[in-house]
Design a protein around this ligand. Structure first.
Ligand code: AGP
Length: 605
């Protein structure tokens, strides 16, 4: 939810921290701040409401410092103000934080910090507590250890002690941190996006370990003082991949990357035209023996799960349930060792999804996760992982990650068909349709101008509805979310047959209805529902398979997708409504990459 960067080494710390914050801004952008230990033994701290550019404007160039930390914030405790921006300085401690301290009020009362705070944040209490123990012990490790034993909640802390030059301390619990040391110094950050301009080799910071970061080394020790050496990981993409590549927004770039990342995710998992997970070491037993499947995720990842549920139930006839992670984690779930749990997360750090994963494992279920970020917490805590290969997804609104999550669900369905004895030729045909979906995605991208024109017609509507039946309903959920989260239009997805049970009361002249009628066996029923909204003045954008017979009065525009098999229409459809959402927000002049109130990875509850 927030972006953290720390650096110590031969380079100018101000510049490295600002560069890192720019790379991490997609994680949260309410305010930004930095603290530097200056070469003359003093420190320098600036923090500002607004994006990183606002901070840069108040950080004089050329500050003599080679050690510093920076933070870009998504507000949780305390409003969006300069005072609440991180870092927080208390005594000799300067600290920044990603996460939520659950018991900060208790700590503040217990230690008499009340009345001394200069902010409304939980983070400042952590700084007060560590400074309190540092005053008692003059030992940074003891101060951190004692404080951590008291603090409850999620955190990624980066800490400077103003009398310990050139050194950064860090510790995490649930919230993510990665670290690396290179010939350009040592780095710590919320994710690898901030590291790749300097190094591609990094390690994921283990929870509850204290890091001591100096120019040429990073020491990792347990709370008992035992030194450990974490496994090194390698970033598989380069800086270019994390830049806009000439597109006006990351979101549009990522929409256009979909054919390539789809192929990158699917092709390596095919052998002789059949699905194969040998490279990931995933045993067929988890697919053969499970009596049911439980999908757990949030937001777009959850909506990919809704499509996954529809296709797996259709092909395998076993029950699949999709749960919202933040609901599941507080439930008493009806799962056990006969349940295959599929956890979906682009970032691999969504805290509700991680908590749900841990509960699922406590219930004895095997967990297979579909994750985009290699080495992320969810990936590391799963029994098995099928990585998507979307590369870095910077835009807050997920597009290419959703597309490849879908592709992995289709691969899972195909693998299950194979291991459960379905006719090999049927599976081969299924896979052949799946691989052809990449071409359908490319074809849908060619309709960009049409979607831009449609966006102009609906950009200033108050409401919008996405309707469909069966698979069409499953993937209209994502269509509505895309429009909502970047154009701020109140969009809802609705089962087409359900509209007349109340919601059709909201249909009035000009209300845009994006209608999906790509499923053969319920095509006519869906057209009837579309006539019902059209009769009440709705502006209907109808999406069907190529060649569908539709009379003119049914819709205002008819978009056709060149897909034969209606099990695979989701792939081009997803592109159409991603473009519709993008251009609707564009017409309204909004920031498609950093929509208001949102952040890329929700690592707080
Ligand atoms: C999607 O456009 C949103 N950014 C959001 O719903 C996102 O999908 C959700 O927060 C889950 O994130 P994750 O996939 O990283 O777990």
């Amino acid at each position: 939810m927030c972006g953290i960067i720390g650096y110590t080494g031969p380079l100018q710390a101000r510049d490295v921290v600002l560069q890192g914050l720019r790379q991490l801004e997609y994680r949260g952008y309410d305010s930004a701040g930095m603290a530097l230990l200056t070469d003359d033994g003093d420190f320098y701290l600036r923090k500002k409401v607004g994006q990183v550019s606002a901070l840069e404007a108040v950080c004089e160039p050329g500050i003599p410092s080679h050690c510093g930390i920076g933070h870009t914030r998504w507000a949780t405790h305390g409003g969006v103000t300069d005072a609440n921006a991180h870092p927080h300085a208390v005594g000799k401690v300067i600290l920044l934080h990603n996460g939520i301290i659950e018991n900060y009020h208790t700590i503040s009362r217990q230690f008499g910090f009340e009345g001394l705070a200069t902010s409304e944040t939980d983070t400042e209490v952590a700084a007060q507590l560590i400074d309190y123990y540092y005053g008692q012990t003059q030992d940074p490790y003891e101060a951190i250890r004692k404080a951590i034993h008291i603090i409850d909640g999620s955190y990624a802390f980066c800490i400077l002690f103003t009398d310990i030059p050139g050194t950064i301390y860090a510790i995490r619990n649930v919230s993510p941190l990665v670290a690396a040391t290179s010939d350009q110094g040592s780095f710590i950050a919320s994710d690898v996006t901030a590291l790749i301009p300097y190094t591609k080799r990094y390690f994921a910071v283990p929870e509850q370990h204290i890091l001591t970061i100096t120019e040429d080394a990073i020491r990792v020790e347990t709370m008992e003082g035992e030194i450990i050496h974490p496994d090194m990981l390698e970033v598989t993409w380069d800086v270019e991949a994390a830049q806009k590549g000439g597109y006006p927004h990351f979101m549009l770039k990522e929409i256009h990357e979909q054919p390539e990342v789809f192929r990158k995710t699917v092709t390596p998992r095919l052998r002789d035209g059949l699905p194969n997970f040998d490279a990931e070491g995933i045993p067929d037993s988890i697919f053969e023996e499970c009596k049911s499947i439980q999908v757990i995720a949030c937001g777009t990842a959850m909506y990919a799960g809704m499509v996954g549920r529809a296709i797996i139930e259709m092909q395998l006839r076993i029950p699949v349930t999709v749960s919202i992670a933040s609901e599941f984690r507080y439930d008493t779930p009806l799962i056990d060792e006969s349940t295959l749990v599929i956890v979906v997360s682009q970032s691999g750090e969504t805290i509700d999804t991680l908590a749900a994963l841990r509960l699922a494992k406590e219930c004895g279920a095997k967990v297979l996760s579909i994750v985009n970020v290699k080495g992320s917490t969810i990936a590391r805590e799963s029994d098995y992982v099928l990585y998507t290969h979307a590369g870095p997804e910077i835009a807050v609104a997920s597009t290419k990650a959703y597309m490849v999550q879908l592709s992995v669900f289709y691969l899972i369905a195909a693998r299950m068909m194979l291991v459960r004895g379905k006719n090999q030729e049927e599976v081969r045909a299924f896979i052949s349709n799946l691989t052809a979906a990449a071409d359908m995605i490319e074809n849908a991208l060619e309709q960009e101008e049409t979607l831009r024109k449609q966006a102009e017609k609906m950009a200033f509507s108050k409401d919008a509805f996405y309707i469909g039946r069966g698979l069409d309903y499953a993937f209209s959920l994502e269509g509505a979310l895309k429009l909502k989260e970047i154009s701020y239009i109140h969009a809802e997805a609705y089962a087409a047959g359900e509209l007349k049970h109340g919601t059709i009361a909201l249909i009035e002249p000009g209300v845009p209805v994006i209608a999906l009628a790509t499923q053969d066996k319920i095509f006519n029923k869906t057209i009837s529902n579309i006539r019902e909204v059209k009769a009440r003045g709705a502006y209907v954008i109808l999406i069907t398979k190529q060649g569908a017979s539709v009379s003119d009065e049914v819709c205002d525009i008819h978009l056709e997708i060149p897909v034969e098999d209606d099990r695979f229409t989701v792939f081009p459809c997803a592109v159409l409504w991603q473009l519709l959402a993008y251009y609707t927000a564009y017409v309204k002049g909004f920031d498609m990459d950093k929509p208001r109130n949102l952040a890329k990875s929700v690592t707080v509850e």
